[in-house]
Ligand binder design. Structure first.
Ligand SMILES: [Cu+2]
Length: 205
C-alpha cells in the first residue's frame, strides 16, 4: 500500500505517460515502476548530496589515499655523467605530475646544496630559482604552482660546477669525483608532503 501511494505522488507528467491504447497493462505497469524507482532514487541521491557532508569517496583521505592530489617526479633519479669544471651551468629537465584526483599545490622547493638550483615552468614561465633553505627560505618568493588532476609541468634543475670555486682535484678533492644532490618539492599532498629527486654526476676538472 505504501509503495503505491509513493508512486502516485511522483508519477511522471501526463505528457510523458504512455498512451492508453497499446501494450498490455502489465507491461505498462512494469515500465512505470522502473521510471518511478529511477526518479525516487535520483531525488534521494540529490537530497543526500545537498543535505549531508561530502560523500566519503571524495574526501581528502588518510596517508596513501591516491584520491588526493599526489605529486610525482619523472625521472626520480638522473645520472648526468661527467661534468667538467669549465662548464658554467648544467641544465636538467624533469616532469612533475599531479597523479591524484584532486588539485595539488606545490608550495616550496629546496635543494641540498647551493650549487644546485631548481625552478618550475608554470603557465609558460620559469618560476624563481630555489636553492638551499638557508639561501631561499620559505616565504622568499610569493610563488606556488597549482596543478590540476593529471596536469604535468616542467621542473628545471641547474647545477653549477663552479659554485664552490674552481680548484684542481689536488686543491679541493671534496668537490671532485662522484657527487650526489637532491631537490625536494613540498606540496599540500596530505599523504606525501614532499618528494625528492636525486641527481648524480661525476665532477671532473
Ligand atoms: Cu654544492
Amino acid at each position: 500500500m505504501k509503495r503505491e501511494n509513493r508512486a502516485a505522488a511522483v508519477a511522471p507528467p501526463a505528457s510523458e505517460r504512455p498512451p492508453r491504447a497499446g501494450p498490455p497493462r502489465a507491461a505498462l505497469g512494469a515500465v512505470g515502476l522502473v521510471a518511478v524507482v529511477a526518479i525516487v532514487a535520483t531525488a534521494w541521491l540529490w537530497g543526500s548530496g545537498s543535505l549531508g557532508p561530502e560523500p566519503a569517496a571524495i574526501q581528502v583521505g588518510a596517508p596513501g589515499d591516491v584520491r588526493s592530489g599526489a605529486i610525482v617526479v619523472t625521472p626520480p633519479r638522473l645520472d648526468v655523467g661527467d661534468v667538467f669544471m669549465n662548464v658554467a651551468e648544467v641544465p636538467m629537465r624533469f616532469e612533475v605530475t599531479n597523479t591524484g584526483e584532486r588539485v595539488a599545490v606545490i608550495t616550496y622547493i629546496e635543494t641540498s646544496c647551493d650549487c644546485t638550483k631548481a625552478t618550475i615552468v608554470f603557465e609558460g614561465r620559469e618560476g624563481p630559482r630555489f636553492a638551499m633553505s638557508h639561501s631561499t627560505p620559505p616565504g622568499t618568493y610569493d610563488w606556488r604552482a597549482v596543478l590540476a588532476p593529471g596536469e604535468t609541468v616542467e621542473l628545471l634543475v641547474y647545477y653549477d660546477p663552479q659554485a664552490h670555486g674552481v680548484f684542481t682535484p689536488e686543491e679541493a678533492p671534496a668537490i671532485h669525483g662522484p657527487i650526489t644532490r637532491f631537490v625536494r618539492l613540498y606540496s599540500d599532498d596530505p599523504s606525501d608532503p614532499f618528494v625528492d629527486l636525486r641527481i648524480d654526476l661525476n665532477q671532473r676538472h
